[in-house]
Design a protein around this ligand. Structure first.
Ligand code: CP
Ligand code: NVA
Length: 298
């Protein structure tokens, strides 16, 4: 996805939110396949689709044959014959790619072990609304996980400065760093990677964090709690950022781990605006896909 395409989706999302655009996608359908739990992704896609006049279909892998071992490629070949678009939340990113390869309709990543792009659309929309989208210094403090990878892709494509602080051993995979440097060459994004949260947060305009133990990593929880010591955001660490810095968190949050309860509550307006923007941003994605599917069909 290019910078122009990302900005076009966000422009649609903001126009829908403001009421300037009232798109309808009547008689279109969205299948939502979940192999992991979800609150925001499910509700934002399901309500977003319903508000667009679509028929959303929630499919938990616990209930469909996928959960009993039916291959992803067969699931894709069946479901994509019956709906207009699919959103999927899964484990290995290759599962999502396998589905997309065999799907006859557009497939939206609703989170994989490697990426969470639908979240990042809401996150950048939030920065736009806060007036923090023009050459911001953005800092990531935490795990080199799906959220960090997606933020890295966004920064390197849009061309803003991103500093990533991860504990040793939890760095972003080198293949994603190489991909990002490739995009950054074109966009001019400044990227920094390190293991010192204090150094990376200095003067940041927006600070992002996420849980230390993502879905599927529960067995590592105890080790991670130990390895991430010093990476918890609290008043002291956050005071090194710009005095007007925003704190973003995709949620769910683990208070007392990646963020203190006090700091979280002080920034709850931004964090819940970010959560609300999932609804608008996900509508933006679906409307954009519908428009471009129509163009391709012409
Ligand atoms: N942020 C996010 O994707 O939340 P859910 O896991 O609740 O969907
Ligand atoms: N990194 C988290 C994000 C949850 C929305 C996870 O994958 O569990």
């Amino acid at each position: 996805m290019t910078k122009e395409e990302i900005l076009e989706i966000l422009a649609i999302a903001r126009a829908i939110k403001s009421g300037a655009l009232r798109p309808k996608m009547r008689a279109k359908s969205l299948a939502m396949i979940f192999e992991k739990s979800s609150t925001r992704t499910r509700v934002s896609f399901e309500m977003g689709a319903a508000q667009l006049g679509m028929h959303p279909l929630f499919l938990s892998s616990k209930d469909i044959q996928l959960g009993r071992g039916e291959p992803m490629k067969d699931t894709a070949r069946v479901i994509s014959r019956m709906v207009d678009m699919v959103m999927i939340r899964t484990f290995a990113h290759s599962r999502l790619e396998e589905f997309a390869t065999h799907s006859l309709v557009p497939v939206i990543n609703g989170l994989s072990d490697d990426f969470h792009p639908a979240q990042l659309m809401a996150d950048f929309m939030t920065l736009q609304e806060l007036g923090l989208d023009k050459d911001p210094i953005v800092t990531w403090i935490g795990d080199g996980n799906n959220m960090a990878n997606s933020l890295l892709m966004l920064a390197s494509k849009l061309g803003f400065e991103l500093r990533i602080a991860t504990p040793k051993g939890y760095e972003i995979a080198s293949r994603w760093i190489e991909t990002a440097w490739g995009f950054a060459k074109e966009s001019g994004a400044k990227l920094r990677f390190g293991n010192d949260p204090k150094e990376m947060i200095r003067s940041a305009n927006a600070v992002f964090t996420d849980v230390w133990t993502s879905m599927g990593q529960e067995a590592q929880n105890e080790k991670r709690l130990n390895d991430f010591k010093g990476f918890g955001l609290d008043d002291e660490l956050f005071s090194l950022a710009d005095k007007n810095a925003a704190l973003l968190h995709c949620l769910p949050a683990h208070r007392g781990e990646e963020v203190s309860d006090k700091l979280f509550e002080a920034h709850s307006d931004t964090i819940f605006l970010e959560a609300e923007n999932r609804l608008h941003a996900q509508k933006g994605i679906m409307v954009w896909l519908d428009r471009h599917a129509k163009e391709r069909a012409k």
